[in-house]
Write a protein that binds this ligand. Structure first.
Ligand SMILES: C[S@@+](CC[C@H](N)C(=O)[O-])C[C@H]1O[C@@H](n2cnc3c(N)ncnc32)[C@H](O)[C@@H]1O
Length: 174
């Protein structure tokens, strides 16, 4: 699967995400991580902002959420939601890998339903490793099997499993 899909395929994916969002309690997924006010979060592959928006509400004005996506339509839709919710603590990053963020500057990275679409996941995981604080966490949920998630995320010794929640895997830096 290519990483940057056509606009029409993205619109189809958007339909699938919206259907999922009706079935899944998005707030519960984010709550499980225990994000607090003032936290810095990177939503890697933010899609329609389904998790960007709840995270931005929790971290508040003292915190920051970076919403990164390869697809311009994803950023456009997430920006629209941010404006609708009057959220000013979200920054948008158009990228397929590099974040442009400082080393060890982020507390939490959300890697939700995007692992399976990556052709070279170790490239993106190396970037996540670089920008995560030493005590930072990488939160992963995906359509991949649990075994595949664990083997991919821990393949290069960047991350180790910290906790398996009900909704996701939580990894810490090695
Ligand atoms: C299935 S959607 C999931 C979106 C969101 N994380 C969620 O769970 O609602 C996957 C998203 O990852 C983005 N994506 C895929 N490959 C990417 C890459 N290499 N860099 C950044 N974003 C990427 C896609 O454009 C899409 O918006």
């Amino acid at each position: 699967m290519v990483e940057l899909v056509s606009d029409s395929l993205f619109r189809f994916l958007a339909f699938m995400i919206k259907t999922r969002d009706i079935l899944v309690n998005l707030g519960k997924v984010v709550d499980e991580i225990g994000i607090k006010q003032g936290t810095t979060v990177l939503d890697y592959g933010c899609g329609l902002g389904s998790f960007t928006i709840p995270a931005a509400k929790i971290v508040g004005e003292k915190g920051k959420v970076y919403a990164l996506d390869i697809h311009p339509l994803a950023l456009k839709r997430t920006k629209k939601k941010a404006q609708k919710n009057k959220l000013t603590n979200i920054e948008f990053i158009h990228s397929d890998c590099d974040t442009g963020l400082k080393d060890e500057s982020v507390d939490v990275v959300l890697f939700y339903d995007m692992l399976a679409s990556l052709l070279t996941p170790q490239k993106q995981l190396a970037e996540v490793y670089r920008i995560l604080k030493p005590e930072g966490i990488l939160c992963v949920k995906d359509v991949h099997s649990n075994d595949k998630i664990l083997s991919t995320i821990t393949e290069k010794d960047f991350f180790q499993l910290k906790n398996k929640g009900r909704k996701q895997f939580i990894f810490s830096k090695t």
